[in-house]
Design a protein around this ligand. Structure first.
Ligand SMILES: *[C@@H]1O[C@H](CO)[C@@H](O)[C@H](O)[C@H]1NC(C)=O
Ligand SMILES: *[C@@H]1O[C@H](CO)[C@@H](O)[C@H](O)[C@H]1NC(C)=O
Ligand SMILES: *[C@@H]1O[C@H](CO)[C@@H](O)[C@H](O)[C@H]1NC(C)=O
Ligand SMILES: *[C@@H]1O[C@H](CO)[C@@H](O)[C@H](O)[C@H]1NC(C)=O
Length: 958
């Protein structure tokens, strides 16, 4: 890499313009007509003396500036030399009181994230951290009582603010409206001249939500539709007095608000978004070959311009002023020239080996480094390739478990963070907000930790590592004296499930006005002890990212489970905890399963007639037995790869906006999901291994009427196996939305017509079942206004027919607004996504829960006697495997409701409640039993080791 011209620079407190400041050597050179430039551009050393009497006349009047510009060209971005002596942040908000956080457990990020100050104080003032650990008494006495806020942390964990290396917050705004979708330009493959700052919406609903999750700084990247999508900008999320996008920026390059302005030394880092693979190919109807050629063309433009500039400067610094002309510049290409001069952090969306290889070759052809590969699902398979990148090995910015949504991510592995770290590669967890809601970015780090990334690296992956990769590690990402006062006070260890900020400071300003804090158990005050995934990690590599997911063995003989600490069962009236080791004294309990069916629970003596000496014994090491979970809300079992049409069942016709072929029966056709089931999708098998034993899936539809859902065993090999389909037809599914191409009133009118005798043929038969209460009508709906209309419609129809309709709302982001009425109407609710987010207008009135509101949607509905189920957290089937953790997050959020939600009630949210809400035959839940080691199915400490299925007559062992 090219080096800075002459280092170190002597800096003033704030860098000043070139004309008022020169390098002393340059000053001397100009004064004596003698110019010595050492190491200029790293390519040559020039030593020129020229005859003052003859040459002076030719020297242009701005020679000094030209030479300074040339000297500066290759200066590498850095903080000013006296940066760490600062006493006030450039982002300090005058009038902000100093804050003393007393008695905190501080994770500083120092020593590779291994330093923890067990009991220390933090002094925040003037936008920076003034002291860490022991705060000197005299530092405090300087403040009057009125100028110091004191916050007693009572030993709570404190971490640096979360840093998100990959966000579209503000550019891809929430709620999504046509007027604010500003992520992707469609005007060309290579557009380094675009800037995400120009799209930054200051009214995005996500700012407050993400802050409430502890996020303080994000890189706002242009989208990935282009090979070079444009320049990215670093922002802090807090509101500013000026209320402008520009005032949110953190250390923007000096040229952000003017072109051709004089250089300031040292320069600041710039960020550039690049993307390869499917997205640019898709948007521009091209191929990977076209994309890489577009890159090479763009970089060749930049290279040529750089050569011209360097030639110009060579002449200038050697005094060849004759006909030198103007400095070669081009506003379109200057950002790429800066890439070639080593002044830009490239954030490169890139997934597969084929694309990573292409970019690594590109970096060596044009000689520039990549800061990080993002998404990067195959990087763990090719660490040695990454190490061949020009300059240095790129970091890798990942999702924890989001994968298989397109071919590029099909080989994604939950073990990637750990494997990359083992290879000495820096790992970042990122949100791609709003793809993942960055409020829960710490949850990504938690999952990476669960699957094997060391706790110090997991915490670093959302704080110090991204700060370093974006070039801001001199001021954010650590708890250090002199760093920005971006600090999160947590209600538990940040890697514990459900960790929620109690307070968030940005630039020393407390962001939560009246934070609602939940009590948390002592067990959550330390990092979870995660299970051993050594074998699975090795298999991911051995099988090139596609390890077999089927059970190792299926046992129909007697299996004895022993050494479990808890046992949950559905005895027909919801899930109950049958056994808790902490309340039990006596002989150890065992559970006997034969042909997949639970036959005895008790001491060995009590159950002795149920087994013999040859029976298989499984030691659960303090684990648990619990009913298998259910999942609703994704196309699980209908789709292998979301982005690939040829791998999925496909969409049904919509009778409201299109014509249904008459050969199918026209408007009276009803599609059954069971007819399209595909078994052994990787998402289903992973769900099975994660304790989700039953998938309930409706036909895929983007219109009003979807059809009949089905319930299937997620671990079955094919449909013809006994017990593979648990229930052919489950419920009738419709959806209503403001986003449909016909009016909401038309949608309601259609539903009214159908429910009032307007449905013929097969549809008439199914509607009749709904009217008799034989099957539920499951309605996908988010808007409270639409729900209100539906409740009225229900009353109308019930009056007309004298029957009770079983109605369930799914989605239901705004259901809490009508909690009382929903409860009174006897309507059930499946919250999906499990953690609401205002993706669209009709989802915007969410009840976010602590720390923003005391109550959450789940707790509010439960308090109003609504039967609540938790649906999948995204409408994609990769997310189903996370059900047990999502439920656990929901429970953490519901704790504040006063009455504690027990583990049994939590399990019910994703099992017996869903059974009831979707109208499954009772017994669906009780037919599967999941065995975990190390903890209950809801814990980060546990791992699923076996599933017993009564319907299939076997115990599957993993
Ligand atoms: C610390 O404990 C005190 C006294 O119980 C309480 O008022 C305060 O809110 C607690 N602080 C935090 C940050 O939880
Ligand atoms: C810090 O808080 C913890 C928990 O409340 C308490 O046990 C401990 O004594 C406190 N330490 C100091 C130094 O105040
Ligand atoms: C550009 O922004 C900087 C930093 O905020 C400010 O000092 C400067 O005055 C701005 N320049 C113009 C031309 O607005
Ligand atoms: C919920 O049910 C309980 C027990 O049946 C009852 O006491 C309570 O009033 C109900 N709450 C509401 C809001 O209907």
């Amino acid at each position: 890499m090219e080096k800075a011209v002459i280092a170190p620079y002597e800096q003033e407190r704030r860098p000043s313009r070139v004309n008022s400041r020169q390098h002393p050597l340059l000053r001397a050179a100009l004064a004596f007509g003698l110019l010595v430039i050492s190491g200029y551009t790293g390519l040559y050393t020039a030593y020129t003396t020229f005859n003052t009497s003859t040459s002076l006349a030719k020297v242009p009047i701005n020679a000094e500036q030209i030479i300074q510009k040339c000297v500066n060209l290759n200066a590498i971005p850095a903080p000013t030399a006296d940066f760490h002596a600062r006493e006030e942040s450039d982002r300090y908000v005058p009038g902000t009181k100093a804050t003393l956080i007393k008695n905190a457990t501080i994770w500083t990020g120092n020593v590779d994230g291994l330093e923890i100050i067990l009991s220390g104080d933090l002094l925040l003032d003037k936008g920076i951290i003034q002291a860490v650990g022991k705060v000197p008494k005299d530092a405090l006495s300087a403040y009057g009582r009125d100028h110091l806020e004191v916050l007693d942390a009572n030993g709570s964990w404190v971490s640096p603010g979360i840093v998100d290396l990959h966000s579209h917050l503000g550019d891809y705004s929430s709620p999504k409206l046509r007027g604010s979708d500003d992520t992707n330009s469609r005007k060309g493959l290579v557009q380094p001249w675009l800037r995400s700052l120009d799209s930054l919406n200051t009214h995005d609903d996500a700012y407050q939500l993400s802050i409430a999750g502890g996020v303080t700084t994000v890189v706002v990247l242009p989208g990935s539709a282009n090979a070079i999508g444009g320049q990215a900008f670093v922002i802090k999320l807090r509101p500013t007095e000026e209320r402008s996008p520009s005032s949110m920026l953190l250390e923007p390059p000096f040229t952000f608000n003017g072109s051709g302005i004089e250089e300031v030394l040292p320069p600041r880092w710039r960020q550039l978004k690049q993307a390869c693979g499917e997205n640019p190919s898709r948007v521009y109807s091209g191929t990977r070959m076209d994309t890489i050629w577009a890159y090479r063309q763009g970089y060749e433009e930049a290279r040529k311009l750089k050569v011209k500039q360097d030639a110009y400067c060579e002449k200038a610094v050697t005094g060849q002023w004759d006909s030198l002309g103007d400095f070669p510049e081009d506003l379109q290409w200057e950002a790429l020239v800066d890439v070639l001069r080593g002044k830009v952090k490239i954030q490169n969306h890139c997934y597969e080996a084929v694309d990573l290889d292409g970019i690594v070759r590109l970096t060596n052809e044009f000689k520039f480094p990549i800061a990080a590969f993002h998404h990067a699902h195959e990087t763990y398979l090719v660490p040695d390739l990454l190490k061949k990148a020009y300059g240095h090995t790129p970091a890798v910015a990942l999702f924890a478990t989001s994968a298989r949504y397109k071919r590029e991510s099909y080989r994604g592995s939950e073990f990637a963070p750990r494997i990359l770290a083992d290879n000495g590669i820096q790992v970042v967890m990122k949100s791609d907000h709003p793809v993942l809601n960055s409020r829960f970015l710490m949850y990504e780090a938690q999952q990476a930790h669960y699957f094997g990334l060391a706790d110090n690296l997991a915490l670093a992956s959302v704080t110090s590592t991204p700060a370093k990769i974006m070039g801001q590690e001199h001021r954010i990402g650590y708890i250090r004296k002199g760093y920005d006062a971006d600090v999160v006070l947590w209600d538990s260890h940040p890697l514990a499930i459900g960790a929620t900020p109690k307070q968030v400071f940005i630039d020393g300003v407390a962001q939560l006005k009246t934070p609602f804090v939940m009590p948390k158990s002592d067990a959550l005050q330390r990092a979870p002890e995660t299970p051993d995934f050594e074998e699975e990690t090795k298999a991911a590599l051995k099988y090139d990212g596609l390890p077999p997911l089927e059970p190792k063995e299926s046992v129909s003989d007697v299996v004895i489970f022993q050494n479990f600490d808890s046992l949950f069962l559905d005895m027909g009236d919801g899930v109950e905890q049958i056994f808790a080791a902490e309340d039990y004294v006596g002989e150890p309990q065992i559970a006997i399963v034969q042909n997949g069916k639970l036959t005895c629970i008790g001491t060995s003596e009590v159950c002795s007639k149920n087994f013999n000496v040859n029976s298989r014994t499984i030691n659960l090491h303090g684990g648990s037995l619990a009913p298998g979970l259910l999942s609703y809300g994704s196309p699980l079992g209908l789709v292998h790869i979301t982005g690939e049409e040829s791998t999925q069942d496909g969409e049904v016709f919509d009778s409201l906006t299109g014509k249904i072929p008459s050969i199918l029966g026209g408007d009276s056709a009803v599609i059954r999901a069971v007819d399209g089931l595909q078994f052994t999708t990787r998402d289903a098998l992973l769900a099975y291994r994660s304790g989700v034993t039953t998938g309930i899936t409706a036909p895929c539809s983007s219109g009003l009427l979807a059809g009949l859902s089905t319930a299937f065993n997620t671990g079955a090999a094919h449909k013809l196996i006994k017990g593979a389909v648990m229930q052919n037809e489950v419920a009738l599914h419709v959806s209503l939305s403001l986003s449909f191409p016909v009016s909401v009133s038309t949608q309601i009118a259609t539903l009214r017509t159908l429910l009032s005798g307007g449905a013929k043929g097969e549809l008439g038969v199914q509607i009749a079942k709904v009217l008799r209460g034989q099957i539920p009508l499951v309605i996908g709906v988010h808007s409270a206004d639409i729900m209100a209309s539906l409740i009225q419609l229900k009353t109308e129809v019930e009056k007309e027919y004298g029957s009770v309709i079983r109605m369930t709302f799914t989605g239901a982001s705004e259901a809490h607004i009508l909690a009382k009425q929903i409860g009174a109407a006897g309507v059930g609710v499946i919250i999906s996504p499990a953690r609401s987010f205002p993706y669209f207008w009709d989802m915007r009135r969410i009840l976010p829960g602590p720390p923003l509101t005391q109550h959450s949607a789940v707790s509010t509905l439960l308090a109003n006697n609504v039967t609540v189920g938790v649906g999948v957290n995204f409408d994609e089937s990769w997310a189903v495997r996370n059900t047990r953790l999502d439920v656990s997050w929901g429970v953490q959020a519901a704790l504040e409701a006063g009455g504690e939600v027990s583990k049994a009630e939590a399990i019910a949210l994703a099992s017996s409640n869903l059974e009831k809400l979707l109208g499954l035959k009772t017994g669906t839940v009780s037919s599967n039993l999941v065995a975990t080691t190390g903890g209950t199915i809801l814990d980060f400490e546990s791992k699923v080791v076996a599933v017993a299925s009564a319907k299939r007559g076997a115990v599957d062992l993993f």
